[in-house]
Design a protein around this ligand. Structure first.
Ligand SMILES: Nc1ncnc2c1ncn2[C@@H]1O[C@H](COP(=O)(O)OP(=O)(O)O)[C@@H](O)[C@H]1O
Ligand SMILES: [Mg+2]
Length: 238
């Protein structure tokens, strides 16, 4: 369980997260909100790229914010980025192996872990072929493989379906749904595709202008008038 208390992040005059308090219990949890709501900032805080002005984050009882960046990777924080991070000139295997290296999984078989992660995401490509030759959807799977390789405890997926055609999104949903069962990691999914969020997440939290405006069972949250208003400007549109 991830318990977030009173988390505030400021960049100059902008308050990107405003006293955010929420718990992500287990499984795959959704985090949604309009552009600029603070979703990526929240991931940046968890992964150690951004230091909050105040607040705490306890992850399975550990004080995440007191750990330096590289210790969080070893602890098991993994993420994907909104912009693609796979290294084109390296092979699929090498890209996933780099994430494994980062996590410093002593005593584990790196090769077996890496091949296992690649097979888990269902990447239909030669693991020793270069990422350059892959389609956009396949690269997205490489990034998910990087996030799940080895022994992750917290997997953060930042808009993994952005730009993917519907068909590819459906198979990505299948992979995301299986992450917690397969790896034991709590997974937080940020995406604008509500069918993906509904398919993967039993619970969902909603940010708007850095504030938490709703959280709970996904179906209830998506019906909440504050949420509809935040997305559409008016509750009457639906
Ligand atoms: N490094 C930064 N420097 C200044 N402002 C930032 C920085 N990161 C995010 N912000 C601002 O914080 C707000 C939230 O951004 P972000 O977390 O990227 O939103 P989301 O991912 O929900 O679209 C935006 O107003 C954005 O401009
Ligand atoms: Mg973002």
């Amino acid at each position: 369980m991830i318990e977030v208390s009173d988390l505030t992040v400021r960049f100059g005059g902008v308050t990107s997260l405003d006293s955010m308090s929420v718990a992500f219990e287990a499984g795959t949890c959704g985090l949604i909100g309009p552009n600029g709501a603070g979703k990526t900032t929240f991931f940046n805080v968890l992964s150690g790229f951004v230091r909050p002005a105040s607040g705490t984050v306890r992850a399975f009882g550990d004080d995440l914010l007191s750990m330096v960046h590289f210790r969080r990777a070893r602890w098991g924080v993994r993420r994907t980025f909104q912009t693609e991070q796979a290294i084109e000139g390296l092979s699929v295997f090498e890209n996933v192996a780099l994430a494994h290296e980062h996590a410093r999984l002593a005593g584990r078989s790196r090769r077996a872990d890496v091949l296992d992660a690649i097979s888990f995401v269902g990447l239909d490509a030669d693991p020793y072929g270069r990422v350059r030759a892959l389609s956009a959807a396949q690269r997205r799977l490489v990034e998910v493989a990087r996030a799940v390789v080895g022994r992750p405890r917290l997997v953060l997926l930042d808009e993994p379906a952005a730009g993917l055609p519907d068909e590819e999104t459906v198979s990505l949903a299948e992979v995301i749904r299986q992450i917690p069962g397969r790896t034991g990691a709590l997974t937080i999914l940020v995406d604008h595709d509500m069918s993906l969020v509904s398919a993967c997440c039993e619970t969902t939290a909603v940010l708007d202008f850095g504030r938490l405006i709703a959280s709970g069972p996904t179906a209830d949250v998506l019906r909440d008038e504050h949420v509809i208003r935040a997305y559409l400007g008016t509750a009457e549109v639906l």
